[in-house]
Write a protein that binds this ligand. Structure first.
Ligand code: FAD
Ligand code: SF4
Length: 326
C-alpha cells in the first residue's frame, strides 16, 4: 500500500476544510482499505470521519434522519427502523456479514464501488478505474454485470443492498460541501456510466454525505428478496425491494426497486404504473416484467439475469399481494 497521511476530523466542518486540501474521506473503511491495498486508489491523504457528529439516528417530523456514520448494524437494529421501515432493516441484514455490518456505515455503503473483478485488477482494462483504457468485462467474465443502464464504456452494477431499499422508500441523501448543504433524492444520487464511468454518483469533489432522510412510513407490505449464489455473505445477482399496499383486492400503491440488475439502483415508474389499480394475477406480473426489461441487454454470461428477475418479480408480487389481501 502506498504511504498516506491519516487526518482525524472531529467535525463535519473540519472534514470539509480538510477535504479542500485534497484527499479522500474514509468511514468504516471496509471498501476503501481494500481498494487502497490493491492500488486501485492511492490517495496521499485520507480523512477519517469517525470522530465527527454524524453517528446518530434522529426523528425528522414523521420521518427519520440516519446520520452518515450510523453503522449498518445499528441502523438495522433500530426499533424505529424495524417497526416503520422494515424494508430497510431487511435489505441491510441481507448484505455482507455481521462483522462487516458492525463497521460499514450509511454514507460509505451508498458510495461503495462496484464489485467488477476487472476494476479491482490493475493489470486489466477498465474505464472506471483508468478512463480511456477500455472495458475488459464487456467481452469477458460478466456474470455479475448489469443488463440495464449500461453504456459502451462500462457495464458494472452498483452492488449494494441498502440503497435499493432506500430507493423504494423515496429516501433523500443529505450532502454538505464548501458551497453549503443540498438534498438529493436517492433516485438522482447514483450516475449511470454514460461516457464517464469514473464517477459513480453526483457528489462534487470535497462534498460529504451527512445523512439520509426517510420520509413518513407508508404502512405497506415490505419485502426484500435477494437472489444470490450463497444464502449469506454474497452480493446480489438480482434483488428486489417492494413496498406495496392493497385496497379492496387491488394494488393501490406500489414502489419497486431492483439491485444487481442496473448500473445504478434501478426504479422504473412505468413498471409501477402497470401494477397500480389492478387485481394481482400472473399475466399482470408478466406484463410488469416485460415493461421493466424492455431495454435490457445481456452480455453473454449475465443473460440469465433477464429471466431470473422476471421470475423473482412474479414471486415477490405474489407474496406481497397475498399478504396484503390477508
Ligand atoms: C466481503 C464483503 C462482502 C460484502 N457484501 C455486501 C453485500 O452483500 N451487500 C452490500 O450492500 N454490501 C456488501 N459489502 C460492502 C459493504 O457494505 C461496504 O464496503 C460498506 O457499506 C462501505 O461502508 P464503509 O463505511 O466501510 O465505507 P468506506 O470503505 O469507508 O468508504 C467507501 C467509499 O465511500 C466514501 N465515503 C464514506 N463515507 C462517506 C461520506 N459520508 N460522504 C462521502 N463519501 C463517503 C469513501 O471515500 C469511499 O470512497 C461487502 C463488503 C465486503 C468486503
Ligand atoms: S464493467 Fe466498468 S468497472 Fe468493469 S471493467 Fe468495464 S469499465 Fe471497468
Amino acid at each position: 500500500m502506498k504511504a498516506f497521511v491519516l487526518d482525524h476530523a472531529t467535525s463535519v466542518k473540519g472534514a470539509l476544510h480538510s477535504l479542500k486540501q485534497g484527499g479522500v474521506a474514509i468511514a468504516g473503511g471496509t471498501n476503501l482499505v481494500d481498494l487502497m491495498k490493491l492500488q486501485v486508489v492511492a490517495p496521499d491523504r485520507v480523512i477519517s470521519l469517525r470522530r465527527t457528529e454524524l453517528g446518530d439516528i434522529t426523528a425528522d417530523g414523521e420521518g427519520l434522519n440516519i446520520g452518515a456514520l450510523v453503522t449498518n448494524a445499528d441502523c438495522a437494529a433500530d426499533m424505529r427502523v424495524r417497526g416503520n421501515w422494515p424494508l430497510l432493516a431487511k435489505a441491510i441484514l441481507a448484505g455482507a456479514s455481521p462483522q462487516l455490518r458492525n463497521r460499514a456505515t450509511t454514507g460509505g455503503n451508498l458510495c461503495q464501488r462496484t464489485r467488477c473483478g476487472y476494476f479491482y485488477d490493475t493489470t486489466q482494462a477498465c474505464n472506471k478505474r483508468d478512463p480511456g483504457s477500455g472495458c475488459a468485462a464487456r467481452n469477458g467474465f460478466n456474470r455479475i454485470h448489469a443488463v440495464l443502464g449500461t453504456s459502451d464504456s462500462c457495464i458494472a452494477t452498483y452492488p449494494g443492498d441498502m440503497a435499493i431499499a432506500m430507493l423504494a422508500l423515496d429516501a433523500v441523501v443529505l450532502v454538505e460541501g464548501a458551497a453549503g448543504a443540498r438534498e438529493i433524492p436517492i433516485a438522482a444520487f447514483h450516475r449511470t456510466p454514460g461516457d464517464d464511468p469514473s464517477r459513480d454518483n453526483v457528489l462534487e469533489a470535497g462534498e460529504l454525505i451527512t445523512g439520509v432522510r426517510l420520509p413518513a412510513p407508508t404502512g405497506g407490505v415490505q419485502i426484500y428478496r435477494k437472489v444470490r449464489d450463497r444464502a449469506s455473505y454474497a452480493f446480489a445477482l438480482v434483488s428486489l425491494a417492494l413496498d406495496l399496499t392493497m385496497e379492496e383486492g387491488r394494488i393501490a400503491r406500489c414502489a419497486l426497486a431492483f439491485g444487481g440488475l442496473g448500473t445504478v439502483p434501478w426504479r422504473d415508474p412505468a413498471v409501477e404504473q402497470v401494477l397500480i389499480g389492478e387485481t394481482p394475477n400472473p399475466a399482470l406480473f408478466a406484463k410488469a416484467a416485460e415493461v421493466l426489461l424492455m431495454d435490457a441487454q445481456g452480455f453473454g454470461k449475465n443473460d440469465f439475469k433477464i429471466p431470473l428477475v422476471a421470475r423473482a418479480l412474479a414471486a415477490t408480487l405474489n407474496e406481497a399481494t397475498r399478504t396484503g389481501r390477508a
